[in-house]
Structures are given as C-alpha cells and as structure tokens.
Design a protein around this ligand. Structure first.
Ligand SMILES: CC(C)(COP(=O)(O)OP(=O)(O)OC[C@H]1O[C@@H](n2cnc3c(N)ncnc32)[C@H](O)[C@@H]1OP(=O)(O)O)[C@@H](O)C(=O)NCCC(=O)NCCS
Length: 236
C-alpha cells in the first residue's frame, strides 16, 4: 500500500465519511478511518452533500457516507433502481417500491415518513438512507423502522437494506448496516431486530459481521421460506 495524505480541504470535505482502502487482490474494503473527527471547519460552512475528488490513490480508496434522500442523487437513484428492475430482483427495502416519476415528491414522501406523516395504517415511522461513494454514486439503501409492530417482530425487523447488484460482495453491505445501526442508536434504539431468509447467505454475513445474535427461525408460508431473526444490541 502506498502512503496517501489529504489536502486540508479534502479533510473538511470528508466530514462524516468513512475512508477505506480497497485490497487490490480481492477487492474487499479495509477501513482506514472515520473522518468525522477530522472536520476542522464549522458545520455551517459545509454542504452535507459535499462530494470530494481525491487526488491520491483514487483507484484504491473508497469514501462512503450515509446520506438522507436528496434531489441531487436523482440520476444515481434511477440507475440503482434500474439495476434491480433489469435483473428482476425484489425491490428491497420497501421504499424502493415508491413511485419515482416525480422525484421531488419521492424525496418529500421519504422525509415525511420519518415523522410518520403519510405512513399508512399499520406502518410505523421510518427513515431511509442512501450509501454514497466518493463519486456521489448510490451504492446502497437502508430503511430503519423506528419501532416494531407485532408483524415486524415476526418478519421485517427494524432494518432492511440492499446493495446495488453490480457492487455486491465488496463489503458495502456490512458498512451500510454498520452506518444504519449508528442512526438507530442516535434515535435511542438500542436493541435492533433484523430478519432475513435463511438462504440469504449475504444478508446473514452482513448481520453476523455487525454483531447479530441468532434468536429464532420460522417457516413463513406466504413467503414459502424460513425466515431467521437476529438481535443486535448497541452501546453495550
Ligand atoms: C444482502 C446484501 C445487502 C449483501 O450485500 P453485500 O455488499 O454483497 O455484502 P458484503 O459484501 O458486505 O458481504 C457480507 C458477507 O457475506 C458474504 N456474501 C455476500 N453475498 C454473498 C452471497 N451471495 N453468497 C455467499 N456469501 C455472500 C460476503 O462474502 C461477506 O462475507 P465475509 O464476512 O466472510 O467477508 C446484498 O446481497 C443485497 O442487496 N441483496 C438483495 C437485498 C437483500 O437481500 N437484502 C437483505 C434483506 S434481509
């Protein structure tokens, strides 16, 4: 690995990002540091969606941030959705099903959902996050349910997530869940339930890597598969 360093300007722009080195042999991500503690300027001087262009090791460095849905990522969101549709994959997490023709309306709907506004009966308030890289490209999406209903306790849990199909098996799923767990903790949610199909090896890997403890499993007839439940305890 060659050394790399940041211009102070970059350190500022890296605020709230996690910096990774990519292992050139296997493509896996190795976390170098989180940049939040490096910010030197007042937050009011920063755009929360400020992107960076790094002059160093561009090929081997990944800069990941979790952001709230925003109009500026429209093109990347559409290509993210298109990849799912082209592969006829199930749209996960469920807000990926929301109509996106009117993108501003989609952003408003996602933001409103955080306070429970416009959320259908039987649903709870929820927050959606997008995982963005150094090129402002959307790599993943997560959805945090602010509380459990009996239905979510059985199947669905607190957090759903997905990674762009072309970007899987690179460690992004693990990082997406880790960052979403941080958001859960900020909301005071300390015991997180995550459910997934028993056959979903990738998701089980993501959950275990984030400290998930197996709780139970059940055959859900309407899905025709066994769903597993895992708990993650935060701040212990
Ligand atoms: C599940 C999902 C988010 C995983 O994302 P990802 O970026 O590929 O996951 P990671 O690269 O962080 O991999 C996590 C671990 O699972 C393993 N893994 C990932 N996909 C795998 C697969 N298809 N088969 C076997 N192992 C897999 C990885 O090798 C890694 O293992 P490690 O800890 O030994 O290194 C992604 O496959 C996805 O979006 N699936 C569709 C939506 C979905 O199923 N969401 C979860 C609903 S519960």
């Amino acid at each position: 690995m060659r050394d790399f360093s940041f211009h102070p300007r970059d350190a500022t722009n890296l605020r709230d990002s996690t910096i990774f080195r990519r292992n050139s042999a296997c493509g896996r991500l190795i976390r170098l540091f989180e940049a939040s503690s490096r910010a030197t300027l007042d937050a009011s001087q920063l755009s929360p969606y400020n992107c960076i262009t790094m002059a160093h090791e561009t090929a081997n460095i990944a800069v990941l941030r979790l952001v709230q849905p925003s109009i500026e990522y429209e093109a990347s969101y559409r290509s993210f959705l298109a990849e799912f549709q082209q592969r006829q994959e199930k749209l996960i997490p469920f807000p990926l099903l929301f109509p996106a023709d009117d993108f501003r309306a989609l952003i408003k709907r996602l933001r409103d959902a955080q306070t429970g506004l416009g959320v259908p009966q039987g649903f709870v308030a929820h927050s959606t996050f997008w995982l963005i890289n150094e090129n402002c490209s959307m790599l993943g999406m997560s959805n945090l349910r602010h509380e459990l209903t009996p239905q979510l306790a059985r199947e669905g849990g607190h957090i759903g997530y997905s990674i762009r199909p072309s970007q899987r098996k690179r460690g992004y799923g693990k990082e997406l869940l880790r960052l979403t767990l941080e958001q859960a903790l900020l909301r005071g949610i300390k015991r997180i339930l995550i459910t997934c199909a028993k056959t979903n090896t990738g998701s089980v890997g993501v959950i275990l890597a984030n400290g998930g403890c197996f709780d139970s499993e059940e055959y859900i007839s309407k899905r025709g598969e066994i769903v597993q439940r895992y708990w993650i305890v935060l701040g212990a």
